[in-house]
Write a protein that binds this ligand. Structure first.
Ligand SMILES: C[S@@+](CC[C@H](N)C(=O)[O-])C[C@H]1O[C@@H](n2cnc3c(N)ncnc32)[C@H](O)[C@@H]1O
Length: 225
């Protein structure tokens, strides 16, 4: 890590400790995921707390997550929807889904979390075909090059007033490469996503860069009008 990244991590750790952001259940989920060999690419505690607050701020009762991993962010989202709320989370890797199921159950939010195993594009088609209640918040955090496709599906699964959050815009999502004129899949994916957001009349959006325990990153926040 660079000296700057070390300092961002130290300050993030300080803030999480000072605010008591992460409790034992969340720490246990993170540890169990790492012990099971899952990649350490879950949101930070600070980011999880922000997601949970976004859900509360929109009065969210139904949340859709694309990219479960070990269920760390799903626990935060489930806490946001509260008792009687629902989090549907999509995951392609059976092992990730299994670890996530154990983690959400151990964290006491298992009843609120439904994990759909399979490629997200297929699960999204199934959800659209089922025609259920709209989601209040959608969190995109899977294979970033398909974010435009997932955003298009999210627009069919939400309602005016819903919120869409896209993670890793800078780190894995390619906005940095796009800004520098790159043309790898991540950069092209970021351009496609940003074009779609700009041209979609239902969306009002902004993108915010962040630094913290996972380095230099950023997220896109979009409001469905
Ligand atoms: C960044 S991780 C998700 C982290 C999680 N949201 C958290 O913060 O705890 C991305 C996850 O998306 C999954 N994924 C990647 N491509 C996918 C696809 N096409 N369909 C569904 N899940 C996918 C990966 O297996 C991985 O578990």
């Amino acid at each position: 890590m660079t000296e700057a990244a070390d300092r961002w991590t130290a300050v993030d750790d300080f803030l999480v400790g000072a605010l008591g952001t992460e409790d034992d259940a969340l720490r246990a989920a993170r540890a169990a995921s790492h012990a099971a060999g899952l990649p350490a690419i879950e949101v930070t505690a600070s980011q999880g707390g922000l997601l949970s607050l976004f859900v509360r701020m929109v009065g969210g009762r139904r949340v859709l997550e694309i990219g479960t991993l070990g269920g760390y962010s799903a626990i935060w989202l489930a806490r946001g929807v509260g008792t009687g709320g629902r989090v549907v989370t999509l995951e392609i890797e059976p092992k990730h889904a299994q670890v996530a199921r154990e983690n959400v159950d151990r964290a006491g939010v298992g009843d609120a979390v439904e994990i759909l195993l399979g490629p997200a594009a297929d699960s999204l088609d199934t959800l659209i075909a089922a025609g259920g209640e709209p989601f209040d918040l959608v969190f995109l955090d899977a294979d970033k090059q398909n974010n435009a496709r997932y955003l298009t599906a999210a627009l069919r699964l939400t309602r005016p007033g819903s919120v869409i959050v896209v993670d890793n815009l800078v780190r894995g999502g390619g906005a940095r490469a796009a800004a520098e004129g790159g043309s790898d899949p991540a950069a092209d994916g970021a351009r496609e996503l940003l074009d779609l957001v700009r041209k979609e009349p239902r969306l009002t959006a902004t993108a915010v860069q962040t630094v913290g325990g996972k380095g230099w990153d950023g997220f896109l926040l979009a409001y469905v009008g």
